[in-house]
Design a protein around this ligand. Structure first.
Ligand SMILES: *[C@@H]1O[C@H](CO)[C@@H](O)[C@H](O)[C@H]1NC(C)=O
Ligand SMILES: *[C@@H]1O[C@H](CO)[C@@H](O)[C@H](O)[C@H]1NC(C)=O
Ligand SMILES: *[C@@H]1O[C@H](CO)[C@@H](O)[C@H](O)[C@H]1NC(C)=O
Length: 366
């Protein structure tokens, strides 16, 4: 039944994609938005938003068995999909604004996740576990100080440590300077299915070696959330289970008292998508296409070859993995987790995840 559904979605979307993109594409150029939006100050929450496209092409992780849908879609379809992502974000921000959930302004010092390149007039908001290392490599090469144009020549560890000083972030500017760059530069953000990213962060920081995270978070998580641990016991913090990690994330004290680390922070907290008017929302689910688009648009596609996503990456496999981890989490915690991250799902138009549906009926949502 799975396969049938997917094929139907694929064909349906393909037809839609062709018809709709032909109709809509002539109306917009690649990056530009209607003047009423692009000329406004970017640091102030908006009033205007784009016209709703007539048809929608949904690209959810579940709709992309091994990227088959993506392979069938052409460049013009992606152009349409990207526009729709922007439209959706604006509509959601408008609603949040009406509900007074959004602060009027964000000071430059809160924009420390946005990487600046003045030569190419481009800003990129990095989110850990969403192609972050590779995009930082690209921005490092764009500084012209790397002595290489091969992203893979820059070691992952160096990208985050010794080479970081070559990158410039928006929080190093005054509010006025930051506002000017936000007004005139292209602005990019890459996101990913939020709970998939959370699992990816857990695996990366607690299953793989990460001495810093074991010491800084692991020890505390074990002390607080593992039964039968006593004060005199020595704790390494290197064997945190996914359930313990989720206990930590959903514990009220975590958000209130210490805040979320950037690896599990909300996209909206890191990148302020209702204040910064992004020109492009890339998604991990279509990362190759979105990155190619960015490189072409900046006219650096001949200069830099972005490392392709690992060929072993498969949506279906990832889906199984999600299920095997999330099924260890009791319903009440899954419900809390969903409540915590639902705003990111909402802003970036990710559907209620299939792997949650199995354990948490939709009526448990609220
Ligand atoms: C690039 O090469 C120059 C000259 O050898 C060197 O001083 C500089 O540190 C190199 N840059 C990096 C990022 O390694
Ligand atoms: C605390 O843990 C240590 C090491 O596992 C154990 O020897 C000791 O009996 C425990 N103490 C209590 C009070 O449970
Ligand atoms: C791709 O991932 C697999 C399994 O995670 C790994 O063994 C392989 O080395 C990776 N390949 C590249 C090019 O990173």
């Amino acid at each position: 039944p799975m396969r049938v559904r997917m094929r139907k979605v694929t064909l349906g979307n393909l037809v839609l994609a062709v018809v709709v993109s032909l109709a809509i594409l002539s109306l917009y150029s690649m990056w530009s938005l209607p003047p009423s939006i692009s000329n406004r100050s970017k640091l102030v929450a908006r009033k205007d938003f784009l016209q709703k496209p007539k048809k929608t092409i949904k690209l959810s992780p579940e709709d992309q068995p091994m990227g088959s849908l993506l392979k069938q879609l052409g460049e013009r379809d992606f152009d349409y999909i990207r526009k729709e992502r922007l439209y959706n974000l604006r509509r959601k921000c408008e609603k949040a604004e009406e509900a007074k959930l959004i602060k009027k302004e964000v000071p430059a010092k809160k924009l420390g996740h946005i990487i600046v390149n003045d030569q190419y007039k481009v800003l990129f908001c990095y989110i850990p576990k969403v192609a972050c290392t590779n995009m930082k490599r690209v921005f490092l090469i764009l500084t012209g100080q790397m002595n290489t144009t091969n992203p893979l020549a820059l070691k992952s560890k160096d990208v985050h440590m010794s080479l970081d000083k070559y990158l410039t972030y928006l929080d190093s500017y005054s509010d006025e300077e930051a506002a000017e760059k936000l007004r005139t530069y292209k602005k990019l953000i890459f996101v990913r299915e939020p709970l998939e990213r959370l699992l990816s962060a857990y695996r990366n920081k607690f299953i793989e070696k990460s001495a810093y995270f074991h010491k800084r978070f692991g020890r505390r998580i074990v002390r607080k959330f593992r039964d039968g641990v006593n004060k005199s016991q020595e704790i390494q913090g290197n064997d945190v289970t996914f359930l313990e990690f989720v206990h930590y994330i959903t514990d009220e004290n975590t958000m209130e008292n210490e805040g979320f680390n950037e690896h599990w922070a909300h996209y909206s907290a890191l990148c302020h998508p209702c204040h910064v008017q992004y020109d492009l929302i890339g998604k991990y689910e279509s990362i190759d296409e979105d990155v190619n688009f960015v490189l072409k648009d900046l006219k650096i596609d001949e200069l830099i070859k972005f490392p392709k996503r690992n060929a072993t990456y498969r949506r279906t496999k990832t889906g199984d993995q999600l299920e095997s981890f999330y099924k260890t989490i009791p319903k009440d915690l899954l419900g809390k987790l969903w409540k915590i991250y639902r705003s990111d799902y909402n802003l970036f138009d990710y559907p209620y995840p299939q792997f949650l549906e199995k354990f948490l009926a939709p009526e448990d949502e609220v």
